[in-house]
Every structure is written in structure tokens, then in C-alpha cells.
Design a protein around this ligand. Structure first.
Ligand code: ATP
Ligand code: MG
Length: 281
């Protein structure tokens, strides 16, 4: 559905994207993760056709370049920097984006109502975006990406800066789209969220892909050992092991156990193992 081959993009001395090769299948939810400045937004901007790669190729359903109108029609975008008109109402914003897709007024109205309900804004349809909270704007931003009923969705941090309720609403909407077979490229800094929505994850840093695979593959290859934390009256001790079951039974056999916690590696362990712990900007 989406293929990038050896894509490069520099900004002056900065290699924002440095030889990225990636194949995303139809119906896949692909998580593109990486620290600040890793190059995620630059990748999405090139896929959208907003930025031209310096070299390499990008194909969507076998078509390229990305800015061809027939390709643009099948892409929906929720950009990291909100793209909404503050002086228009929620419904008017969606009507405007619908007009860009050549959707007629009646159909646009119907679709706007459906989408506003999907993102929990039906009761705010007529209110100006100016007065919306950050979470409401994020949700409307997602609705705007869906107006053209796109085959491919590019969601750049769709849950940035929102409360747990808004995040849940957005994640539910993405899961519903996955059910409907949409192809989605998703960036987020929330690992637990990526674990829930993504079929496959790519971790990038400094413009390069460091690892790529399903959650299980990444955890197996980069997650490290399981921690068994054993609490006794003498204190807590942590055992790193590849065989937690054995460690748990040894601990229980030794007696005097107040509590045992088994912490398996997760996507966050993988992320830190690959990208380190130092700050980026
Ligand atoms: N228009 C631009 N001009 C100059 N440098 C840029 C431009 N856009 C991006 N960069 C640089 O390219 C690198 C990658 O930026 P990008 O925005 O793609 O990162 P990101 O992974 O999306 O980060 P974040 O998680 O903070 O959104 C950064 O070093 C950034 O400063
Ligand atoms: Mg970004």
C-alpha cells in the first residue's frame, strides 16, 4: 500500500531522514516511534507530498509521486500541528475539508455529523473552534482527516496533549478504523497506546530505522530480561532473568515472601534499549 525506498531528506547539515526503506501493507496499522527530532514528521510530510525527498522513492498503491491528485484523494492526514480554522465552527471546518475532496453539500453534512459523533463532538458542532480545549481540537483534527473516507491515514501524534478521556476516544476511533480495514501510519510518544493500536512498529532515531517488527518480535529481540521483584520482611530484591517461572518458585520455596511482582519487558523497554535515555533537544 505504501512503499518507501532509501528515502533521504536533509535540512542544511541535519539528516532528518537518512535512507529509510519501509513497506506498509493494506489494512496494517503501523506505528512510527522515535524520540523528538527522530524524523517522524518529516517522513509523513514526504508521504503527504508536502515535502519532496532529496533522493529515494515513495509509492502509494504503486503510484508516485505522492502529490498526484488521485493519490492525494486516498490519503487522510491529521497533522501534528493542528490544521483547523479557529473562526469556523466544528461542522464548518469539516464542510470546508469535504469541499476540498469535491464532496457535495448534502453528503458533506451527513459525513460531518457522523464524524463529529465518532469523536464525541456532536453537541459542539455549531461552536467555533476558537473556544475549544486542546483535546477537542485534537479530536476535530482527527475527524478532519477522515472526511474524505481515505484508504490511508497518516496520524501524527493524534493524542498529543489530551486528557485520558480524549485519548481513549481517539484510540477507540483508530481501532474502529482498523476494523474497517484502513491502512494507518501512527506516530505517538505513548508506548502503551502504540502497543494497543499497532500491528507493527518501527523505531527510528536520527532519520534511520533502528528496528522494525511486531510487538512480540521487538520485545523478543530488544526487550531484555524479565524482572522478578521479591519482597520479604528483609526488603525487596530484583532478579533479572529469562526464566521468571523458575525464579518465582525458588523465591516461594525460600519462604517469607510478602509479595512477588513479575515485570515483563514492554515496548518502552525496547524503546529505551534502542534509543538510549539521553534528552534530544
Ligand atoms: N523545516 C525544517 N527546517 C529545518 N529543520 C527541520 C525542518 N523540519 C524538521 N527539521 C529537523 O529535522 C529533524 C527531524 O524533525 P521531525 O520534525 O521530523 O522530528 P519528529 O520525529 O517528528 O520529532 P517530534 O517527536 O518532536 O515531533 C529535527 O532535527 C528537526 O529540527
Ligand atoms: Mg513530529
Amino acid at each position: 500500500m505504501l512503499r518507501l525506498v532509501d528515502v533521504k531528506k536533509r535540512f542544511g547539515q541535519i539528516r532528518a531522514v537518512d535512507g529509510l526503506t519501509l513497506d506498509i501493507a493494506r489494512g496494517e496499522v503501523f506505528g512510527l516511534l522515535g524520540p523528538n527530532g527522530a524524523g517522524k514528521t518529516t517522513v509523513l510530510s514526504m508521504v503527504m507530498g508536502l515535502l519532496a525527498p532529496d533522493s529515494g522513492s515513495i509509492e502509494i498503491e504503486g503510484h508516485g509521486p505522492t502529490h498526484e491528485p488521485r493519490v492525494r484523494r486516498i490519503i487522510g492526514v491529521a497533522p501534528q500541528t493542528l490544521a483547523l480554522y479557529d473562526d469556523l465552527s466544528a461542522a464548518e471546518n469539516l464542510a470546508f475539508f469535504a469541499s476540498l475532496y469535491g464532496i457535495g453539500k448534502t453528503e458533506a453534512g451527513k459525513r460531518a455529523a457522523e464524524l463529529l459523533s465518532l469523536v464525541g463532538l456532536d453537541d459542539r458542532a455549531k461552536d467555533r473552534v476558537k473556544g475549544f480545549s486542546g483535546g477537542m481540537k485534537r479530536r476535530l483534527n482527527l475527524a478532519a482527516a477522515l472526511v474524505g473516507d481515505p484508504e490511508i491515514l497518516l496520524l501524527d501524534e493524534p493524542t498529543a496533549g489530551v486528557d485520558p478521556q480524549s485519548r481513549q476516544n481517539i484510540v477507540d476511533a483508530v481501532l474502529a478504523l482498523r476494523q474497517r480495514g484502513r491502512t494507518i501510519v501512527y506516530t505517538t510518544h505513548f508506548m502503551e497506546e502504540a502497543q494497543r493500536v499497532c500491528d507493527r512498529v518501527g523505531i527510528m532515531d536520527n532519520g534511520r530505522l533502528l528496528a522494525l517488527g511486531t510487538l512480540d518480535e521487538l520485545i523478543r529481540d530488544h526487550g531484555g530480561l524479565t524482572c522478578v521483584v521479591v519482597e520479604t520482611p528483609a526488603g525487596a530484591r530484583t532478579i533479572r532473568t529469562s526464566d521468571p517461572v523458575a525464579e518465582v518458585s525458588v523465591a516461594i520455596g525460600a519462604g517469607d515472601v510478602l509479595n512477588i511482582r513479575v515485570e515483563r519487558p514492554n515496548l518502552e523497554s525496547v524503546f529505551f534499549a534502542l534509543t538510549g535515555r539521553s534528552l534530544r533537544d
